[in-house]
Write a protein that binds this ligand. Structure first.
Ligand code: SF4
Length: 420
């Protein structure tokens, strides 16, 4: 029986010729990731074992991004643990404020993940790197500790669902609309412990930033991972960001999938996920009249340079509505600088938006834009659970940067086509 992309990567890292869904394997790791919330717990567990070194100082990344620059004493103590551990162990990829960015935007940008890698991260959106044709998945802090110690992790080989994409997205439709459409179709448990494999000619019409957004939200359908076939765009991205050698795995012709969908990108409309689940997807022509108080454009889902450019295209020459706070957070220092150099900050600031240093911040209700009781936000982030961005009686509507920016101007959920 043939293997899927994920199965091939896992087999290669387990030293096996082939693997089957459901099989338990131990695989070698190319990268172990943690952030300022999850790493301190992992470090405590690591210390309990009494080891004085990690398996490979180049294959661990610790990114304090959630509550940084530190929002309070507790968060400062958490990062101090990360900083001191990284220094003691000689971990190369510890990213201090000033180099730090949102982890899942930062690692690909730094060339730390390449096609064919196996990556674990103590953060559920580690699945983002599937955009590069890598197997990457979220794990808990104890698995992070074990990964840092041994360079290995065990996995149950997932079954796979095939998403064959065709056509080309229309203007104002991007990766966020595609993945919200898919989650709306299959539900938040539609891919439970499965691999979401994206193939087909339509993939070529998606930018790398679109693919990162789509793979990032595979976990919102319950998936173990999301993964794209490697093509010229992937190769170009990897060449620009990394010097590491890599292997591009392609699914066999006779690979088995537990289900398959064909999605015509031409037919997808701008989409919004209503509170309090990403599966509550509605197309922009079906949202009704919903007044909002805040807009957030950023995060590991949509804080990349293309997202900044789209937001600027919509905000240019227009003003943020008087009842709305619009917060824009480029996901990394590099994106921040690029956006500044392209003049996007002039557009944002002239429109009345605030621009923040890179941080997860409001995405998880951490800081930099918490919602009060009864407030509503349109956000380019990936989760709209109860209380995700603040008060349990606040509401988060997930959308693309285009919808978020248009909503900021009109003071209600709207697409850019509703602007003059
Ligand atoms: Fe998690 Fe949000 Fe940070 Fe992404 S931006 S890593 S979803 S908290």
């Amino acid at each position: 029986m043939g293997m899927t992309m994920t199965q091939k990567i896992l087999a290669a890292h387990a030293g096996l010729n082939s693997v089957k869904p459901g099989q338990l394997i131990k695989a070698k790791l190319d990268m172990v990731l943690g952030n300022d919330i999850t790493s301190p717990v992992a470090i405590k567990e690591f210390d309990k074992v009494g080891l004085d070194k990690v398996f490979d100082i180049n294959k661990i990344a610790i990114v304090p991004d959630h509550f940084t620059p530190n929002k309070d004493i507790k968060s400062a103590e958490q990062v101090k643990i990360c900083r001191e551990f990284s220094k003691k162990m000689g971990i190369v990829n510890f990213f201090e404020v000033g180099q730090m960015g949102v982890e899942h935007a930062l690692l690909p940008e730094k060339g730390l993940v390449v096609p064919g890698d196996v990556v674990i991260g103590a953060d559920s959106h580690t699945c983002t790197y599937g955009a590069l044709g890598a197997f990457s998945t979220g794990i808990g802090s104890t698995d992070m500790a074990a990964g840092m110690a041994t360079g290995e992790a065990w996995f149950k080989v997932p079954e796979a669902i095939k998403f064959k994409l065709k056509g080309k997205p229309r203007k104002w439709v991007g990766g966020k609309d595609v993945i919200l459409h898919i989650i709306g179709m299959i539900g938040v448990d539609g891919a439970l412990y499965k691999s979401m494999e994206f193939t087909g000619e339509g993939c070529r019409e998606l930018s790398m930033d679109d693919r990162f957004t789509i793979a990032n939200m595979a976990i919102e359908a319950g998936a173990k991972n999301g993964i794209f076939e490697v093509d010229e765009k992937t190769e170009e991205y990897v060449k620009e960001h990394s010097v590491r050698a890599y292997t591009a795995y392609k699914a066999d012709e006779d690979a088995e999938y537990c289900s398959a969908y064909e999605i015509d990108l031409d037919t997808i409309k701008p989409t919004v996920a209503f509170p309090h689940l990403p599966e509550n997807a509605r197309t922009i022509d079906n949202v009704g009249d919903i007044k909002i108080h805040q807009v957030v454009i950023g995060s590991c889902t949509n804080g990349r340079i293309e997202d900044m450019r789209i937001a600027a295209e919509v905000l240019k020459g227009r003003k943020v509505h008087g009842d709305v706070r619009c917060i824009i957070i480029p996901a990394t220092q590099k994106i921040w600088k690029q956006a500044m150099n392209e003049g996007l900050f002039d557009i944002f600031i002239d429109s009345g938006a605030a621009v923040s240093t890179p941080t997860c911040g409001p995405c998880l209700g951490g800081h930099m834009g918490i919602l009060a009781k009864g407030e509503r936000a349109v956000s380019t982030t990936n989760r709209n659970f109860v209380g995700r961005m603040g008060h349990p009686e606040s509401e988060v509507y997930l959308a693309s940067p285009a919808i978020a920016a248009a909503s900021a101007i009109l003071g209600k959920i709207a697409g850019p086509e509703e602007l003059d």
